[in-house]
Design a protein. Sequence first.
Length: 925
Amino acid sequence: MAIADIAHATEPRPDLPQVLHRLALTAIYALGFRAVAVNLRRSDGSYVVVSDIGLEQDLLGSVTSAQLWADLLLDEYRVSNSYLISPEHTRNVTQMHADTVWSVPDIPPASAPDCWDPDHMLVVPLLNHAGETIGLFSVDSPLDGKLPNSERIVHLETFAQHAALAVENTALLNQLSLKVEHLGALLQISSDISSSLDPTSTFDSIVRTTRDLFGADISSLYLVNPQGTHVELKATIGLHGMMLGDYTVRVGEGVVGAVVRDGHPIEVPSVDEDRRVILSATKREGILSLVYVPISIDGYTVGALGVLYRKVNAVPPDAVELLAPIAVHAAVAIRNAQMYNDTKQHAEALLQSEERYQLVSRATNDAVWDWDLATDRLTWNEAIETLFGYAPDRVEPHIGWWTERIHPDDRDEVSASIDGAIEHGAEVWSAVYRFRAADNTYTTVIDRGYIARDDNGTPVRMIGSMMNISERKRLEEQLAHQAFHDALTGLPNRALFMNRLEHALAGATRHPSQAALLYLDLDRFKVVNDSLGHEVGDQLLIAVGERLRACVRPQDTVARLGGDEFTILLEGVGEMDQALRCARRVLDALNVPFTPSNHQVFTTASIGIALAVEGERPSMLLRHVDIAMYRAKSKGKSRYEVYDPEMNAQAVQRLELETSLRWALEREEFVVFYQPKVELSTGRVIGMEALLRWQHPARGMVPPSEFIPVAEDTGLILPLGRWVLEQACRQAKVWQEQIFTDGPASVSVNLSARQFQDPDLAEEIGRVLGESGLDPRRLQLEITESVIMEHAEAAVSTLHSLKRLGVQIALDDFGTGYSSLGYLERFDVDTVKIDRSFVRDLGRERGKTAIMEAVVTLSRALGIFVVAEGIETVEQLSELRRLGCARGQGYLFSRPVPSDAAGVLLAASYLPGYDSFVTPPDALV
């Protein structure tokens, strides 16, 4: 009987305290206790009493800290020691004192209580479906005065489980209520648009409903002026010191102007961190965060709608998605207002002159009508045939011809609305209904009429226009589709994908078949976007979506999560092989070149794969495939990786490395080493290459191959590169004054891809040269071939700006990219550094030897120096000399050394023991 009461008490209902109170009352009678209390955990970790029965004091609403519950002190009521059922050992009773916790089995027998003490309390945690503590269920003062046995503990746990269920059910109901509230707001706005022709009142309704829906402080609606030059505030709610007409900005100015100019939403979590914000206006109103979406009609942006908050980071995460449908309704209201004004103007013109009526009726695309209320004669313009297919000889000039063609379900309502408008002295009548065309199909129309009256106020005539709005209805249906589909590709969006993923995981729990998830990220998509433009990039994404759909079954889901990220959900997968076959099909499909806008584009994808595990949450499965995808990307292009639990640990290691890297520069853990560049014919040291090294306090020397990619990904490469440049220039200035006053020696510094793409690069290098006092001719900047070729046209301009500073330019890792020898002259470089892979295979691979010989010959003809990298053997040195390569560097001559050892090498001018090819002794280091 008690279990039935529990089930009834925890049925989903909005009044959670009442449910928990009823549950507590049932527990008292069922388990034989005098007192029961229910505490719920709040977001800050504290607990609040939401139900108490039988306690000496009323604790309802009291809040405790997030520390051990035994620390609770409320007035005279104190839990000095209590009995708590541990989540890990639900059959063990744990005794807690203020700061000490131990299990009953560990208590000496003499210390174990054998009867109930008045200060004792039995507590069971409320656990949600994820096993997280969301509250506490406690009982006190058993009627029999005995410690509870295991059976009573089990019953108490049952009550706790049902209490947790009630809490979760209430949370779900609240989420559903929010969705219903959003739908209701859209319906209210739609109703206001249909029932009002006054744009001012409609706009006021939109901003009021929008502010209330989002819980915002302010909502505002702006429209572009007729000249298209400025954006004007047309409706707002919540502003203190701003009136309509007071605020106007130029198109492109501020956040609102930028939204109108670009036609894209803008979200500003903090106004102080966005340069587009006009701070004078926001600070006057105390606005700290905001979001605006465009209002568009027929592809043109005509205004903006937004919500604003007087708190930082207050914009909801789905604000843009929720605001977009409201903006569409605002566009409808604008169009309605335009149609209303057009109709009224037509009516006034027709009253003044029948001739002008004829001219207007022939000029408009709407079906314009003229109804004589005294004779019921009704005439139409020629658009009645254009819009609905009725030839003039088939149109009877009588009101009955029109009413017969109104849909039977709408006819009475339309007639009543006309009668009501006439009887109540209205100036304008309007209605939306279905009208039968000549082909016997019904189309949705909006009909508006101006009621003309004589001097006595008697209605004598109605003049109006009827517009086919079937397309608008179609757009409204399309909006419902767009809420769950990507606007560009038509694929399911994140919302629909997450819904299907949840269902798939639930199905995988109930049935033996599994669900598999593939997560795709296109390789080099940013290059396509930057080089060929966003339009070509969009066409590429559409084509990729089509190919992905062709790779899966009808029951599988292909979704676009945003940007160049796609997911494939495979349901009913029996084994991993099926997912792997799908991944291979995808890679094969993407390897075929695309031709957006007649451009041949090659793209590949990195794919992460994971199988769903029973009980796994969607967010966790997404995290797994994301980790696997990044593993695939790190190993190269056009490949897939299956998630392995060890990847979690590696991801954590990478995060730790990134965290350490962010502090390393501030903690002065980086050092610059130098490797000499040598004249191969004499052994003369002609320069040094600056190389970054990281001396980690715990891990020792971290290899550059491990931390440089992380620095590139996080953007830390920019401050690191700047620091290396400053250190190298300062050191070179010292050597310039102390060692090589007239010689050719220089210091080389590598520029990363991000540094080279920085528009302020030349200015930054000029600043460093000026501060260090280094002769620009002593500085050589090394840029990898692949970085230059990725944006070849822009690279030429950047290289010219650097050359104007007087520095030298070296093309690093030559031969690893996809440039030709013809680019050497175009790029205006001083030095070409041959990649170590060519040096390693000299004399063994005829092709690479021939390429090396060609590069040396052409470079000599162009007056370009050639430096061979990675020289490690005497045989390699001999072959390079035979080919005519004049310069080189590598471990055969010296490993990278600290600055003092590098200075010794420079001061000596020639490598010690060069004739016997001995690496400098450790004493130099």
